[in-house]
Design a protein around this ligand. Structure first.
Ligand code: GTP
Ligand code: MG
Length: 300
């Protein structure tokens, strides 16, 4: 779509999705755009990069920017980089979705709220509303958090159960600025397939490997080739220690096999064609606390 083709009154802008870790920011973005471009898991700190998810409708283009959960606990190079991603994204946003979990508003949430510039339109999104058994509790909770700032709207949703997402989209559309579209009509992200492939493998490590591994590993795509419709992808999992390597590989290689198979299936779905995938594990200690290495691995 070119800008001249945009109808009068077309709306388009950047919508930053921010919140503390694990409130469901990535799940929300995926559901809003109807495609899985951002990885999710029940463990905190799943998202490590700024990821754009794009949706175009008749009269508007929504450019969502999913961000890492803002880190308030440890302060290593990786966490500093993650937080920088959040603050950078906020400076370029037309609209901010401040996401909290129904029933919880603590210090970590407050810290994120304080980062949001006062002059940008901000919507309070109360996610995981499905978890609130007693609906009578939702209203006073919403009122309490709504009192923290002048929100453009307050919308309880369930990203997981697709509850009230249309209502949220409509609230966003109303405050998006009038602009021609930035991306083509069928674009769903500005990230490359190579990047998305690394993220998919990382998701499987979050979901399938033990509690500690997700935080001590990362994934690098060493080769990505396309031959007709077939993609050949070679991914390396970087871990800190030999003992971690053994954990990713598992008994007789069973864990690594499961990670590879699930990753391949997800890639085939997202890329719409067959994938040949090889995954192996390499020990590279100190990767998470070395800024130069982080840059080399694609952390901004
Ligand atoms: N019950 C319920 N669970 C949800 C909902 N939305 C997300 N979740 C779950 O919450 C967990 C975290 O979801 P993510 O989307 O990865 O959260 P996030 O905020 O992106 O997390 P980080 O990237 O680590 O900051 C996952 O287990 C999701 O399935 C919801 O509406 N209801
Ligand atoms: Mg996330």
């Amino acid at each position: 779509m070119t800008s001249t083709a945009a109808p009068a009154g077309f709306r388009c802008g950047y919508i930053a999705i921010v919140g503390r870790p694990n409130v469901g920011k990535s799940t929300l973005m995926n559901k809003l755009i109807g495609a899985k471009v951002s990885i999710t898991s029940r463990k905190a700190q799943t998202t490590r990069h700024r990821i754009t998810g794009i949706q175009t409708i008749d009269d508007a283009q929504f450019v969502y920017v999913d961000t890492p959960g803002f880190q308030t606990r440890h302060s290593n190079a990786l966490n500093k980089t993650l937080n920088k991603t959040v603050t950078n994204t906020l400076t370029a946003a037309d609209v901010v979705l401040f996401v909290v979990e129904a029933g919880t508003f603590g210090q970590a949430d407050e810290q994120v709220l304080n980062l949001i510039p006062k002059n940008v339109a901000c919507i309070l999104v109360i996610n995981k509303a499905d978890r609130m058994k007693d609906k009578a509790v939702l209203m006073p909770f919403a009122q309490k958090v709504a009192g923290q700032r002048d929100f453009a709207a307050v919308v309880p949703v369930s990203a997981k159960q697709n509850f009230q997402l249309d209502g949220l989209q409509e609230e966003i559309r109303k405050i998006l600025p009038e602009n021609p579209p930035i991306f083509a009509e069928d674009d769903i992200t500005d990230r490359s397939e190579k990047f998305l492939a690394a993220e998919i493998v990382r998701e499987k490590i979050f979901r399938l490997a033990g509690d500690e591994l997700p935080y001590t590993s990362t994934v690098v795509i060493e080769k990505f080739e396309q031959e007709g419709n077939l993609r050949r992808i070679f991914a390396a999992v970087l871990v800190e220690r030999d003992s971690h390597k053994a954990m990713v590989i598992g008994q007789k290689g069973a864990k690594l096999k499961e990670i590879s198979t699930q990753s391949r299936l997800d890639m085939e779905k997202l890329f719409g064609g067959p994938v040949y995938l090889e995954v192996w594990v390499k020990v590279k200690s100190g990767w998470a606390d070395n800024e130069a290495r982080l840059r080399a691995y694609g952390y901004e």
